[in-house]
Ligand binder design. Sequence first.
Ligand code: PHE
Length: 352
Amino acid sequence: MDQKFETQSDYYQILRSQMLADADAVTDDKQLEVFRVKYLGRKGLISSLYEEIAQAPADQKPVMGKKVNDLRVEVTKIIEEKKGTLGQKDKIENRSSLDVTLPGVASSIGHQHILTQTVNDICGLFEKLGFVVQDGPEIETEFNNFAALNIPIEHPSRDAFDTFYLDCKDPSNPNRNLLLRSHTSPGQIHIMQKSKPPLAVVIPGKVYRPDAVDASHSFMFHQIEGLLVDKHVRFSDLKGLLTHFCKKFFSDDIKMRFRPHFFPFTEPSAEVDISCYICKGKGCSVCGRKGWLEIMGCGMVHPKVFEAVGYKKGEYTGLAFGMGVERIAMLKHGINDIRIFFENDSRFLKQF
Ligand code: PHE
């Protein structure tokens, strides 16, 4: 046997203890690189051992190969571990150079948008009276947005609720397209189709109309629908309910006015005005010198609507109302341009 290989085992031992000592002495990234090159580099100690194996007799090769391999694995592992500990050390050293007495960067805390607050305040008042808050889809069928609400195709009142049509057929009626709801009233249809009276719900959400945008119009705004259906609901219940709501929401000393109006889905119908809480009814720029502010539409559910949802004729009566959230927030806070709600300007949003 070649002389050199008789001492091979000792050689590995010595090399390994040398390697461990070298590794111990490594204290930074530069030294680690020198260490790596010394052992694993192309001309490093371990590579030269592989060359020796190539020269060795065949029966020695497996034993030697294993030893060299073990050594290579050990060196690689040590390098990886060192990388980790040096990285940690680096971080700690950097941290100690941080001046912890410097003022930090305060992260700003957001809050609910004024429209969300208004929706919550309004719905909260109705919830106290036993109403349940419900959701309705923004994409609707023509049936729910119009026909079921007693707005036939050729009826001129459809113009008032004209909307955006989608390029998408209604699966339940392939001759018609789906649309974006132009009011929250189709929510009434969903609720009544799903459940039987007694019902008391408020349905807040976005609605869409192809209006040109200006200080008082937006193609998208929010409404809150209210619906109460039972056996003996009367117009006086509607008046009492909305008077209670307006006094709680605006102020106890406002006056109410129910002005006759027309909605296809309620009969009789009314528009609700409150006395201007700024000028107390005397007339000012907010109320356009009228002394009254229009705040919502309402009425008794039309029998045709009950028919459309399959309720038995004459069995129930109901009241419904619908209000614009932006309009109410504008009146309450003296905001004179609807566009500002949607501009995301924090100087405006921070005020509420
Ligand atoms: N949907 C009506 C509108 O958008 C409001 C309304 C709702 C009126 C319920 C009466 C009853 O103008």
